[in-house]
Structure formats: C-alpha cells, structure tokens
Design a protein around this ligand. Structure first.
Ligand code: THU
Length: 156
C-alpha cells in the first residue's frame, strides 16, 4: 500500500484575510513560549468548528523531559470537549539559534495527538505550517503524515 504526502507551498500574501489572521494568531502565541533551553519558540493556533481559536506555546522545564510542545499545550485543552470539533491547526516557530524547518511539520508525538483527536471526532484536521517567510504549507488532513497511526480498540 503506497501513500504519498504532497505538500505545495502557498504564498502567505495570496491567502484570504481569515487564513492570514489564523496564522498570525500562531505567531502571537509564540510570545507565551517558555523555551530558555532550546531557544526555539513555537506557537500554535487551533481553530474549532464554532470559530473559537485556542492558542498554545511550547513550555520547557529545567527537568527537560517534563516540557510540552506548543501543539499539545493547545490540543489537550480542546480535547476536553470534542463536541466542538478541531478543524485546523497552525504551527509556526522562531529562533535565532536554529533554522526553522521547512515545512515546519509537527513532531511525531504531536502528530499522534492530532491524529488521535481526528479519529475521536471522526473528521479531518488540516495542518497549516508556517516558517514565518512568505511560504505556507497546508496538509488537508493530519492522516497525510500518519496514515498508519497507533490506535487502541477494545476487545469485543
Ligand atoms: N517543539 C514544539 O513545540 N512542537 C513541535 O512540533 C516540535 C518541537 C518544541 C519542543 C521544544 O521546546 C522545542 O520546540 C525544541 O525542540
């Protein structure tokens, strides 16, 4: 079974106002990043079906493994009540120490969490990735990245 991921860059300037402002909210979220160890500041915006946008930023910790990625900070808040489904997630990052990857794909742990929410709510989640240049990458569904994601099913 072959599954391909296709991501084409879209010009930020060519996006609709609503899409630009959605991405800008992820940038605004980087202000709340606490990343003194990596100096890699990640922001995330999650848009719900109701229109509400929930923001998240990476939170590091002096005990390194105790930190959390921006995506999960926002997503776990949304996952409390998925009657308001997650429609899309935007991620951006800034750093003077590291290059921002292009495209800025969420880490595998975050993809698993997005994917799990997708399956719980039974509807796709778009992933918008922005490296703060004019290039934006949009995946129409998280399952483009994790077509074979881990899932538990109860024994019948
Ligand atoms: N990080 C995120 O917030 N999201 C990702 O998808 C990848 C990495 C954070 C974790 C850590 O605080 C910093 O970026 C460097 O890895």
């Amino acid at each position: 079974m072959k599954k391909n991921v296709e991501l084409q860059p879209i010009s930020f300037q060519s996006l609709r106002e609503t899409d630009q402002s959605f991405l800008k909210q992820s940038l605004e979220a980087t202000q709340k990043s606490y990343a003194p160890y990596s100096e890699f500041y990640v922001g995330c915006a999650v848009q719900l079906e109701s229109g509400e946008v929930v923001l998240g930023a990476n939170q590091e910790n002096s005990s390194f493994p105790s930190g959390l990625c921006a995506e999960r900070v926002a997503l776990f808040q949304c996952a409390k009540d998925l009657s308001d489904r997650v429609i899309r997630i935007a991620v951006c990052a800034k750093s003077e120490k590291y290059e921002v990857p292009v495209p800025l794909v969420p880490c595998a742990g975050c993809l698993q969490v997005i994917s799990d929410i997708r399956n719980r709510q039974k509807s796709p989640i778009e992933v918008w990735m922005w490296d703060l240049t004019d290039q934006v990458f949009v995946a129409s569904d998280v399952n483009q990245f994790l077509p074979f994601h881990f899932e538990l099913k109860e024994v019948k």
